[in-house]
Design a binder for this molecule. Structure first.
Ligand code: SF4
Ligand code: SF4
Ligand code: SF4
Length: 207
């Protein structure tokens, strides 16, 4: 990618919600921003950003306005994940799935969502084997300014998580344990794929 394209992708990324939900069909907000900068994606593929983001993308890219394409999912009111701690078996699969490290817990121990860090991406719902995670609407619609601050914090958490996972993978490779890790990652990937399919065809499970 040229520096001009990278600059444009960074400007676009700054407009995206940073939910990292993958509903747009890309592996996060930055890959979608890069596809937009390269003219490979439409401006109407980010349901969490909704109409506001579409209008901002149209302005930056000098493209005609189009409403969010419902095939990518529905734009929903802000919500955060909530774990029913009485049911949680401490399997840690939700921690694996959360792109912004918004869940704390340890193997065989109860897990909890850090509400301030949760982007509402819903990626933790499908992997839970006991179905004890639900989405709770916050009942508050933040201002654009507040959304930008939240997005910046989510981007940072996502980047830190990716860096940590890359480090852990390198350590596992060095210790000859990469196969186990790969199998676990495949399980999470499949669960996340099911989440995307469910969201695309049926809408959220708590409606
Ligand atoms: S918030 Fe979700 S749909 Fe929007 S750009 Fe980021 S990953 Fe894609
Ligand atoms: S806790 Fe669940 S809904 Fe919240 S950010 Fe993490 S994966 Fe997404
Ligand atoms: S996936 Fe469900 S059961 Fe497993 S740790 Fe998370 S909340 Fe608990």
């Amino acid at each position: 990618m040229t520096s001009t394209a990278a600059d444009l992708a960074a400007r676009i990324d700054a407009l995206l919600p940073q939910s990292q939900c993958r509903l747009c069909g890309y592996a996060g907000c930055l890959p979608y921003a890069e596809a937009l900068a390269a003219g490979r994606a439409g401006i109407n593929q980010c349901p969490p950003g909704g109409d506001t983001t579409v209008r901002e993308l149209a302005a930056v890219l000098d493209a005609p306005y189009q409403p969010v394409d419902p095939r990518f999912g529905a734009t929903k009111p802000p919500a955060v994940a909530l774990i029913d701690e009485k049911l949680c078996i401490g399997c840690t699969l939700c921690i694996e799935a959360c792109p912004v490290d918004a869940i704390v817990g340890a193997s065989k121990l109860m897990h909890t969502v850090i509400a301030d860090a949760c982007t509402g991406c819903e990626l933790c719902l499908p992997p839970c084997p006991v179905d004890c995670i639900s989405m709770a609407p916050t009942g508050v619609q933040p201002s654009r300014e507040e959304l930008r601050d939240t997005a910046a914090a989510a981007r940072l958490r996502f980047e830190r998580r990716n860096a940590r996972r890359a480090r852990e993978l390198a350590e596992r490779r060095a210790a000859g344990r990469v196969n186990t890790a790969t199998v676990n990652e495949r399980i999470v990937q499949r669960a996340m794929e099911r989440a995307r399919q469910r969201l695309a065809t049926k809408g959220p499970r708590n409606k």
